[in-house]
Design a protein around this ligand. Structure first.
Ligand SMILES: Nc1nc2c(ncn2[C@@H]2O[C@H](COP(=O)(O)OP(=O)(O)OP(=O)(O)O)[C@@H](O)[C@H]2O)c(=O)[nH]1
Ligand SMILES: [Mg+2]
Length: 374
């Protein structure tokens, strides 16, 4: 940290050296450009925005790294970058792809992504995977499973963000989608692992949601009973090849039968079940056609725009909630009161509701005293 860095205006008055947030000496685009000399190879916000618009994959990757950064000093630059690029975003069809671990998402994306490129699309692939923070497993997996796609100039593959809470990953994924769109990708695929919470989050940022299923894995495991099926617009029973082909078709028929009793995820669109094999490519074209039909139907009915607007409001609410939470917990009084209350709650001395109230009061008291002092 440079000695020129200072505490932000909203920092608590009694913030000590342990308070992690600092404002960098240079925060404007021009200032950041000068500051860029500090680290080798670092681009200014304006240069990054320009590189993204010019479809330069290296600067797009750097731009995403900036947006994903949890470092407070990067967040202002990230906001500036998104502000510059947002007017050029929004044109892609955003497709979420989910399913239990090992269902074949990455292999499907390899086949499907290549097919989209063959059809003249530019494809960006992102991953929302809260578990990768710990295991980083899917990053390695994606690289090997999407070998051909990763070499195509029309494709861009971004592995899972390497840090942050589920909320954090989600917030950054939306911004990453915007950056990819500004870079001219017209199909954005968002892969997420089937763990419920991540699926709801991804549903809230895509236009079309595809659930991959396999035969014989059991409804319970595949989230059918957890309501995941109700989130999907298209269900594809994958690995429908070799000895598994007939069984997959049967599962598809059974799935279609269940769908008749469910509320569709998108008003005006009848949720569709299909079979495919990412290994042989059979049926992948049909899934792609079905997604295009979905896109045409929702655009024609106005549902597409309606969902995008609702998603923006949802995003706004999430951002405000996250920011409030961050600010609240960064207050010195909250941190010190937290330790006392934690002990009291654990020992059973204090009811949880009472502890929550005290913590809120401690935070509000500090907020008031800070405001008065200014
Ligand atoms: N026979 C057959 N095997 C497949 C097919 N698609 C994927 N597989 C295999 O299934 C295994 C898992 O595939 P992945 O694509 O890594 O699955 P994933 O859903 O991305 O897995 P995670 O990212 O770990 O959640 C691999 O061994 C693939 O080779 C398919 O269409 N047919
Ligand atoms: Mg995968």
């Amino acid at each position: 940290m440079s000695s020129k860095d200072r505490l932000p205006e909203w920092a608590p008055a009694d913030a000590g050296p342990e308070f992690a947030v600092r404002i960098r000496a240079a925060t404007t685009a021009a200032g950041a450009m000068r500051a860029g000399g500090r680290r080798a190879g670092r681009h200014s916000v304006a240069e990054l925005a320009e590189g993204v618009r010019e479809r330069d994959p290296t600067r797009l990757a750097r731009a995403i790294t900036l947006v994903e950064s949890n470092a407070p000093r990067h967040q202002e630059e990230a906001r500036e970058l998104v502000r510059l690029l947002a007017p050029h975003a929004g044109a892609a069809l955003r497709i979420g792809i989910t399913g239990i671990p090992g269902v074949g998402k990455s292999t499907f994306i390899e086949a499907f992504g290549n097919l989209l490129c063959d059809r003249g699309h530019r494809v960006a692939v992102l991953a929302v995977d809260p578990s990768s923070t710990l295991t980083r497993g899917s990053i390695l997996g994606d690289k090997t499973r999407m070998e051909k796609l990763s070499r195509r100039p029309e494709a861009f593959i971004r592995p899972s963000p390497s840090g942050g809470s589920l909320g954090g990953v989600g917030r950054k994924s939306r911004e990453t989608i915007l950056l990819c769109e500004a870079a001219g990708f017209d199909r954005v695929l968002v892969e997420t692992v089937g763990v419920g919470q991540a699926e709801t989050l991804v549903r809230s940022m895509v236009d079309c949601f595809l659930l991959l299923l396999i035969t014989g894995a059991g409804d319970e495991l595949q989230g059918v009973k957890r309501g995941i099926m109700e989130l999907a617009d298209i269900l594809a029973v994958t690995k429908a090849d070799g000895a598994n082909r007939e069984a997959a078709r049967r599962t598809c028929r059974e799935t279609a039968a269940v769908l008749r009793y469910l509320q569709p995820a998108t008003p005006g669109w009848k949720t569709t079940a299909l079979t495919c094999s990412a290994l042989t490519g059979e049926g992948v074209g049909e899934v792609a056609d079905c997604i295009e039909r979905f896109s045409e139907a929702v655009r024609a009915s106005g549902q597409f725009e309606r969902r995008r607007s609702e998603q923006n409001l949802d995003w706004l609410r999430r951002l405000v909630r996250e920011a409030l939470e961050e600010r609240f917990f960064s207050r010195g009084a909250v941190a010190s009161e937290w330790k006392t209350l934690e002990t009291a709650v654990l020992s059973g001395e204090l009811p949880v509701a009472e502890a929550a109230l005290r913590l809120l009061e401690a935070g509000e008291a500090q907020s008031t005293s800070t405001t008065t002092r200014r």
